[in-house]
Ligand binder design. Structure first.
Ligand code: CTP
Ligand code: CA
Length: 222
């Protein structure tokens, strides 16, 4: 059965997947984070496994469980995610599905911040490293790097600019405006952006998006 599971067009290939949110601590009991169930990332890892890939799955604290069979690395913060990603290279392909917090606290405190009557706390932020962009700039850049772009306006325009800015091969763009019902749901409505242009996929289950993406990755790696 093992042999059958590890068979497929991605047999012998190593694919790295980031997934879920990151949590950036404010104090021991509070954090800032992006909304992310981790469902799309987990589905992608599952689909890649199904095509025979060895999958390293670097995930923040997600609602959805990691698929069985991945090399699982659980992290909390963007800094930890970046370190785990670097340590997992080299890879043939990498998919950055994580909703990384853009900012962390400039200085975290070891004690819980109290409502002590001295006014509201003022939080100072520092920008997190861009994990996707840093991997694209690496000597060890995987042959195929896929980013995501969750946008609420000018989706194609923003995602196209994002692809160029970050130096990745493909961007999976989606409209996450509240009115679409995509956030937290089981479906996704994506456009795949590459240097050759934009490919609009019909709205479908996150599992189906994952399957189609995994097949395209297999095709691209040859
Ligand atoms: N990403 C990353 N590290 C970060 C921020 C984003 O690896 N610190 C990755 C995400 O996993 C995703 C892609 O970059 O694949 C785009 O993330 P997004 O948040 O849409 O892009 P940003 O560059 O952060 O731009 P903004 O949030 O301002 O739209
Ligand atoms: Ca961001």
């Amino acid at each position: 059965i093992e042999a059958a599971v590890n068979d497929g067009p991605l047999k012998g290939r190593h694919v790295l997947v980031t997934s879920g949110p990151t949590h950036e601590p404010i104090d021991p009991v509070r954090y800032i984070a992006n909304r992310s169930s981790g469902a799309q990332g987990a589905a992608i890892a599952q689909a890649l496994l199904g095509l025979g890939a060895k999958v390293t799955f670097v995930t923040g604290p997600a609602d959805v469980a990691a698929p069985m069979g991945v090399d699982l690395i659980e992290v909390q913060t963007a800094a930890q995610m970046q370190a785990a990603v670097k340590a997992a290279l080299p890879a043939d392909a990498a998919v950055f599905a994580a909703a990384v917090a853009d900012w962390r606290m400039a200085n975290t405190v070891d004690e819980k911040i109290k409502k002590d009557g001295n006014g509201l706390p003022v939080l100072e932020f520092a920008e997190n490293p861009d994990i996707l962009a840093s991997v694209c700039a690496e000597k060890q850049k995987p042959k195929l790097v896929v980013g995501f772009a969750a946008e609420t306006q000018d989706v194609i325009e923003n995602a196209t600019a994002k692809r160029k800015r970050k130096g990745c091969d493909w961007i999976v763009a989606n409209d996450v405006s509240p009115s679409t019902g995509i956030m937290g749901g089981s479906e996704n409505d994506v456009t795949l952006i590459s240097k050759d242009g934009a490919e609009d996929w019909p709205r479908m289950g996150k599992d189906q998006v994952a399957q189609r993406l995994a097949e395209k990755i297999a095709e691209a790696l040859g």
